[in-house]
Write a protein that binds this ligand. Structure first.
Ligand code: NAD
Length: 391
């Protein structure tokens, strides 16, 4: 039987709007869903953003005070899409109120903040979910099935990356993402967290890393809070210092013995949104790239007939998880926004059924532990083991 779940969304920027839109789509895309969202209240510190979101997505109420969302008795789950510096305070208030939490990645500004939120979520016994939405691309869920079915054998290599040029222009604005007080980590939190979650989901935990970082563009034009997006360009006005890393790369050792590499950058020239992986096992391999997110290159070794040796090109289709929630045809495209609808659905189903949701804070904590090891490696210049985070 369907269960209505009252939703409050805090932070009505890019993600807040996308999450809100996604909740409205859950009943349309997932007809059998048990968890049915009711958009109760949206909050933004800027009234015009809250008003805009209320009008577009049909929230019953709006506010400029996030505490009013947490305190609202008709709100069962809170969707946290503010910049990272507010995540600890709001997530702890949500946990104390005994409500459930969908928090955007990287969760905390630092691995330690993520660990702190993970602990309060665990102590309160609430259900959590984290916005690692790329996981939900049907082709990736299918890749996971093929790996688990042993189709490429034991994994030997993993090469992951997330290369974007959104800040490649030196006149790209200094939004909160470049500031330590608000974002915390640079690409290690913002982009590599997605790659790490993907690697963990596909082949399992990373045990050891050696990493490097760089900031290639040292200052940028200042932005105005409440205006525009982090894709905006401005050639005049005052500039200020970039405070976190543009680039991170690492060598990886996985618990299962696989070896790997990972690279993330926000200022690379040429690449638009190169989230990708190449995975090799003892009897097969995969290539995948977000710019062709509905396509998978799949290689299976055939000892009996090597005459047509090579990768097969698979397209997203109804045989893959979630594809048919969007369309019935093989090869028709699933979009980035669709992955957020799947994410909202997964979270609401877990809440409706009173069970843990994945990826939740435990999975975000695994990612944060790898990030902490990379940060230690920046200092030591050596291999660092992935260990629990001490607070
Ligand atoms: N999963 C993904 O693919 C993805 C993509 C982009 C961003 N994110 C994450 O989502 C979060 C938000 O990013 P964004 O790009 O939407 O940022 P954004 O700057 O577009 O939006 C943030 C919003 O929060 C509001 N806000 C700030 N302080 C507030 C307060 N005290 N109370 C209420 N609202 C407040 C801002 O006014 C703004 O509207 C970040 O944690 C980011 O890392 C995830």
């Amino acid at each position: 039987m369907a269960k209505t779940i009252g939703v409050g969304v805090i932070g009505m920027g890019w993600m807040g709007e996308l999450h809100s839109r996604s909740y409205t789509q859950v009943p349309i895309r997932f007809h059998e869903a048990v968890g049915q969202p009711k958009l109760v209240v949206c909050a933004d510190e800027f009234e015009h953003r809250a008003e805009h979101a209320q009008r577009l997505y049909g929230f019953e109420k709006r506010t400029t005070d996030w505490r009013a969302v947490v305190d609202d008795p008709s709100v069962d789950v809170i969707n946290l899409t503010t910049p990272n510096h507010l995540h600890v305070e709001i997530a702890e208030a949500v946990a104390q109120a005994g409500k459930h939490l969908l928090c955007e990645k990287p969760v905390g500004r630092s691995p330690q903040e993520t660990a702190r939120i993970a602990r309060s979520v665990e102590e309160a016994g609430i259900i959590s979910h984290v916005g690692f939405n790329y996981r939900w691309i049907p082709v990736l869920q299918y890749t996971k099935q093929l790996i688990d079915d042993g189709r490429i054998g034991a994994i030997t290599h993993y090469r992951g990356g997330f290369l974007e040029g959104y800040a490649a222009n030196p006149h790209a604005m200094l939004t909160w993402r470049f500031l330590k007080d608000i974002a915390g980590m640079g690409v290690l939190g913002d982009m590599m967290s997605h790659s790490l979650d993907m690697a963990h989901m596909l082949i399992g935990p990373i045990s050891e890393v050696v990493a490097q970082k760089e900031t290639f563009i040292l200052d940028r034009p200042q932005s105005v809070a409440g205006e525009g997006t982090h894709f905006d360009i401005r050639e005049d006005g005052p500039r200020a210092q970039v405070e976190n890393e543009d680039y991170v790369s690492a060598l990886l050792r996985f618990e299962n013995g696989a070896r790997g590499t990972m690279e993330a950058c926000r200022v690379v020239v040429g690449e638009k949104i190169a989230l990708m992986f190449q995975i090799n096992g003892r009897s097969g391999a995969f290539h995948w790239h977000l710019e062709r997110q509905n396509e998978l290159e799949f290689y299976e070794m055939d000892d009996k007939d090597a005459s047509n040796d090579g990768y097969r090109h698979l397209l997203s289709g109804p045989q893959m998880p979630f594809h048919s929630n969007f369309n019935p045809a093989e090869g028709l495209q699933i979009s980035y926004d669709d992955t957020k609808i799947i994410e909202a659905h997964q979270f609401l189903e877990a809440v409706a059924e009173g069970r843990p949701s994945e990826p939740g804070l435990p999975e975000a904590l695994r990612v944060a532990e790898v990030a902490a090891a990379m940060q230690r490696s920046w200092e030591s210049g050596s291999w660092e083991k992935v260990t629990p985070i001490s607070q």
